[in-house]
Design a protein around this ligand. Structure first.
Ligand SMILES: Cc1ncc(COP(=O)(O)O)c(C=O)c1O
Length: 400
């Protein structure tokens, strides 16, 4: 396996890079092997010490003396993701939520305050609102569509602004440029959960964020059979995250790293198709007056403008805000879908649907949900979009 190869192909498009990187010329296989190790074996004690000193001089160089630090299989994935993110480094974690935790744990300390987007993924909310309080870290939530509420919350103790874009289940798009300029002016660190777009459509570190999270469980792996996470960082926070990663042991195992690397080979192809399919489904859904489509499709909305300003594309996850006194008709609509699976997560090749319970939105302060309004989340998969539209059409007959 030759890392020179990774750099060579970066002279071409990233799409080409994903197909040609990390070939294993040593074993003569197209994909690199899964190297599993707890003990990493050396030729001598001198060899151990030499490797440790190389690791100290070059902490992103892939030098290990124990399996918890990774093996060449995790290193290859980290290198590929670092290119994709255009970041200083990418840490890989056993789940996406592990990356959320690591980002906050790396920088927040007792006495600090953090400011968090109101519509974050609900476990992120529970972590920041409830658990961090027990460690004397205060969380203030801001309104994603009124950044004055963010600016007003800044104090001398503010350590971190944590963004998720778009909002989880409610799909608000925020003014990311404004957030970065507020953070820089006040010398506050920033993190973003970028799982929806992935760096294929938006590159947070290049844009100015200090940390960027992606749940690799979703589009990176793409086949609904593996869990993982990535935390991209700039040079400024690298040492802090490296230390926290070491002490928490939050590292991805080689088998999962292999599957995620394999998934990445087709990331661009799958995301382009998710986008194309979602656009066709959105065109159909946007004509229906029974609900509001939560997806950057209608050009006249603030969400569309904010998406257009910062993103080069959109993924396959969207929502419907349905106003109806007849909750049974919503359940019937959802239950009548035949090509959409009922299940958590998203980003796999298949279409999925969920009728959200209020608790799943995480008890928000700024949630724009009136009485009798319900959220349904659709993940638009890689099926023929005409089949998906026909399926939604037949199920919509039940919506009253
Ligand atoms: C936006 C977002 N971030 C993070 C996560 C957590 O990822 P994982 O399920 O891999 O822990 C999820 C999971 O659904 C998510 O939707």
């Amino acid at each position: 396996m030759s890392f020179k190869h990774i750099n060579f192909f970066m002279t071409k498009s990233f799409k080409t890079f994903l197909k040609h990187t990390a070939k294993d010329f040593h074993n003569q296989s197209v994909n690199p092997p899964v190297v599993r190790a707890s003990t990493i074996i050396f030729k001598s004690m001198q060899h151990i010490r030499k490797t440790q000193s190389k690791a100290q001089k070059n902490p992103t160089g892939g030098y290990y003396d124990y399996g918890r630090q990774g093996t060449s299989t995790t290193h290859i994935l980290q290198k590929i993701l670092t290119k994709l993110e255009e970041s200083y480094h990418v840490f890989t974690t056993p789940t996406g939520f592990g990356a959320v935790f690591l980002s906050i744990f790396s920088v927040a300390r007792p006495g600090d305050e953090i400011i968090v987007a109101d519509p974050v993924y609900s476990p992120t909310r529970i972590l920041t609102q409830d658990y961090l309080k027990e460690f004397n870290i205060k969380t203030i939530f801001y309104d994603p569509h009124n950044l004055k509420s963010l600016e007003k919350s800044i104090t001398k103790k503010t350590k971190l602004i944590f963004v998720e874009n778009p909002g989880s289940n409610s799909f608000e798009f925020q003014d990311l440029g404004k957030i970065i300029s507020i953070a820089k002016k006040n010398k506050i660190l920033t993190a973003i959960d970028n799982t929806w777009a992935t760096p294929y459509y938006f590159k947070p570190i290049k844009f100015g964020f200090d940390m960027s999270i992606v749940s690799a469980t979703k589009y990176y792996s793409g086949h609904s059979d593996v869990m993982g996470g990535s935390l991209a960082v700039n040079k400024k926070v690298f040492n802090k995250v490296k230390a926290a990663e070491k002490i928490t042991g939050l590292r991805l195992g080689p088998d999962d790293a292999y599957l995620i690397t394999r998934g990445l080979r087709t990331l661009d192809v799958r995301l382009d198709r998710h986008r194309e399919n979602a656009k066709k489904v959105a065109a159909f859904l946007s004509k229906n007056k029974k609900f509001k489509l939560l997806y950057p499709y209608k050009k006249d909305s603030y969400n569309f403008r904010m998406w257009k300003k910062y993103y080069s594309g959109a993924s396959g996850l969207m929502g419907l805000k349905i106003k109806s006194k007849n909750i049974n008709s919503i359940r019937k609509f959802v239950n009548s879908l035949k090509l959409f699976g009922y299940g958590y997560s998203w980003g796999g090749f298949e279409s999925l649907v969920l009728h959200q319970e209020f608790r799943e939105t995480g008890n928000r302060i700024y949630m724009n949900l009136e009485k009798d309004e319900h959220l349904v989340r659709l993940h638009i998969g890689l099926e023929d979009p005409n089949d998906l539209i026909a399926d939604i059409k037949q199920a919509l007959r039940h919506l009253k």
